[in-house]
Structure formats: C-alpha cells, structure tokens
Design a protein around this ligand. Structure first.
Ligand SMILES: NC(=O)c1ccc[n+]([C@@H]2O[C@H](COP(=O)([O-])OP(=O)(O)OC[C@H]3O[C@@H](n4cnc5c(N)ncnc54)[C@H](O)[C@@H]3O)[C@@H](O)[C@H]2O)c1
Ligand SMILES: [Zn+2]
Length: 371
C-alpha cells in the first residue's frame, strides 16, 4: 500500500483498497475529474445527485459541470447546504434527505459530495441514512478534505453538546482529488490543510523522508507537489483504515496524532481556529511530550519540529484559547476512567498509543503559542 502506483497517460495515479468490505478507488492528479463520470456509472447506474455549497460552486463549480456534462442519470441541479460548519446540523441533514427523496433518488443511485470537510461529512451522513444507505463519492475541494476527511468513512453532524457527536461510518466508493480544485483556497485554508499532510507524513517513514523534497512545491501550491503529498497522505490513511475501518481495533487511533490537544484548542477558540492550525500546535506538543518521555531522541524531535514549523507556520494562539484549553482537555470525549490516551511518536512511522495526563499535555504545548 505504501509504494506509489504508476501514473497513467494523463499523469493520474489510482489505487484501490477495501474498508469493511466496501471497495474504494482513489484517483489523484491534475485533471482527475475526467475519471468521475465513468466511476459513477460503474458504481451505480441510476440517479446521481451532487451536494455542495454556494461558495464552493462559485469558486469551482464550472470544473465539475464541465467534467460531468452529459453524464447519464446525473441531476444537473446540485443540492445546496449552507457554507462551513452551518452545514453540519440536524436541520440541514433533514432537508437534504427530504430533497433527495423528492428528486427521486433510489437505491440504484448515489451522492457526490463536492466541497470541503463539512460538505463531505453531512453528505456522507445523508448517503448512509437515505434508503438505509446509498453510495457516496467524495470530490474534495479543500486540502484538508483532500488529504484527510474525504477518505475513511467518518460522517457527522454537530450537536449543541459538541462537534461531530452524531454520525456513522459510511465509506466512499470513489475519492477523486483534482488539485486544480484547490487553486482558489485561501492561504489560511491551504496552510491549515497542510497540517494533515504533515501528520500523515509523520505516520510513514518513507513519506517523511520524501517531505523535505516537497516543501518548496507545497509552499508555492504547485499542482504536482500537492498531488504527490495528497496521494501519499491518502495511502497512509487507506492503509490504516483498511485494517481498522471503524476505529475498533486500535491502528486507526494513530490518525489522531496531535488531535487531543488540537480538539481542546479548537473548542477553546469556539472554532475560530482552523482545524489544521490547532493540529499544527498539537503535533508540536506530541513531539515535545514524546521527547520528554524519552521515546524520541531530543535531536530527532528538534529536527522534526523544524520541518513542521517551516511548513505549517502555526500562528500564535489568542490569550482566551491559552486560558480555556486545559479545561476542555480534561473533558475530552476520548478519555476513559483511567484518564487520557494519546498518540506519541518513537520516530517517523512509529506511533505509540500511550496513557498521558492532562497536566503533561498542557506542559508540552510550546510557550510561544501564546500571543
Ligand atoms: N470525516 C472526517 O474524517 C473528518 C476529518 C477531519 C475533519 N473533518 C471535518 O471537516 C470539517 C473541516 O473541513 P474544511 O477545513 O474543508 O472546512 P469547510 O468545508 O468549512 O471549508 C472551509 C472553507 O473553504 C471554502 N472552500 C471550500 N473549497 C473551496 C475552494 N476550492 N475554493 C475556495 N474556497 C473553498 C468553503 O466554502 C469554506 O468556507 C470539520 O467539520 C471537521 O469536523 C472530518
Ligand atoms: Zn484532523
């Protein structure tokens, strides 16, 4: 799974894996949208509906329309959800399901999620509930979704009690990543997405060795560097997900590297921080804690930290976040009776699930995270 496939005549790379018995095909490369109509026809012969949001369609809808023109069964009118987190509510989910029924979606059809992680999460949940489950195809338009959330089958809406508290596992049948779709992302969303790329690289020794060669291209948002980084990230994730499709066995926990701290920081910012900005600080904290525990040699930790900072440039945290995050850490939903477990690192490609205390995690956040 970790070695890369050969590019086809168009320079696109495809790999396949299965999660919980569901076959999934992943195609990555500039122009990958040309593979979408064929994939839809192979997966389900009936009606296909696109779920997206207004800003995503304004920025990139023309590429999707062009790629899907004349596709049999496709409803040309996308189902719209509100932008960002506002898409991930019961109300939106209910409207989506009603509209899918009204438009005649049947068991021989499916949904295409065209957008960032928010569109992917709510569309995935709608697909898993409609008619007890119709196929979903993910076409990510943010780097975060392309490198991480589009694959893995986690779907969710938020509840007043917290983020992602209602959801299912519903694995996509096809993930289509065209880095051209990412050209209109804000600089902030681009940097934020890179945090998941760096996380994946830390989970694979071979990806980590390659990362320095991609730094300049990723900074410049070069299409081929982005395609390679996303493909490698998705291979790392596919490898873990195929072994532990619903996070029951353990391997999948590795994907939470940096995320215990990140979730507390995000919560304390009332979700004003981007997920990736919080993950960047979470990765630095995990490195420091791994070194403090003697799991990772100090020199290695410092070298890794240098590259993480160069790529992610994590912005200083507002004082309110600094003050509020420890309380949220103590309320973490992944905590069990004996306390928190978190992913530490014995080196690139060597994650370890360890018991940690909230105090240790607090200590490990670099001081200059404060503004
Ligand atoms: N399911 C999973 O495994 C998983 C993993 C990580 C995160 N998530 C979820 O993903 C969500 C975050 O995803 P996100 O960062 O993609 O956020 P998002 O979907 O809100 O997108 C961020 C912003 O970018 C805009 N945008 C999207 N594509 C664009 C494009 N091509 N050009 C210009 N603007 C564009 C959107 O309109 C939005 O305002 C969170 O809800 C998080 O819980 C899910
Ligand atoms: Zn994440």
């Amino acid at each position: 799974m970790s070695s890369r496939s050969r590019p086809d005549a168009r320079g696109l790379r495809t790999f396949r894996f299965a999660a919980a018995g569901v076959p999934c095909e992943v195609c990555v490369g500039a122009g990958a949208l040309v593979r979408l109509p064929g994939a839809l026809g192979r997966i389900a012969p009936g009606r296909w509906l696109v779920v997206s949001s207004e800003p995503v369609l304004t920025a990139q809808g023309h590429r999707l329309s062009e790629a899907l023109r004349g596709t049999p069964g496709l409803d040309p009118e996308p189902l719209l959800v509100p932008d960002g987190e506002a898409a991930k509510t019961w109300t939106v989910l209910g409207k989506l399901l009603s509209e899918m029924a009204r438009r005649g979606l049947a068991r021989d059809g499916g949904l295409v999620a065209f957008g960032g992680g928010t569109v992917g999460d709510v569309a995935g949940l709608a697909a898993s509930l409609a008619l007890r489950g119709v196929p979903v195809v993910q076409v990510p338009t943010t780097l975060l979704a392309a490198a991480d959330s589009a694959l893995g089958g986690k779907t969710a809406v938020n509840l007043p009690a917290g983020k992602n508290l209602a959801g299912t596992f519903h694995h996509p049948r096809f993930v289509c990543v065209d880095p051209r779709l990412l050209s209109s992302l804000s600089e902030r969303d681009h940097r934020s997405g890179l945090a998941e790329v760096v996380k994946s690289a830390l989970l694979s020794a071979s990806f980590w060795r390659r990362l320095p060669g991609l730094v300049d291209g990723l900074g410049a948002r070069d299409e081929s560097a982005l395609a390679e980084a996303v493909e490698r990230s998705l291979r790392v994730k596919a490898d873990v997900v195929s072994r532990d499709p619903d996070e029951a066995l353990g391997p999948r926990h590795a994907l939470n590297l940096g995320h215990t701290v990140a979730h507390a920081l995000e919560g304390a910012s009332r979700y004003r921080l981007r997920h990736g900005e919080a993950v960047a600080w979470g990765l630095l904290a995990a490195l420091r804690l791994s070194a403090a525990r003697g799991l990772l040699p100090g020199r290695t930790a410092a070298r890794i930290e240098g590259l993480v900072r160069e790529l992610l440039e994590p912005p200083p945290l507002p004082r309110a976040v600094r003050r509020g995050w420890p309380a949220l850490l103590r309320a973490d939903k992944k905590r069990d009776r004996e306390g928190l477990r978190d992913v530490l690192l014995a080196g690139p490609g060597r994650p370890l699930l360890e018991r940690v205390s909230a105090a240790e995690l607090e200590e490990s956040l670099p001081d200059e995270a404060a503004s």
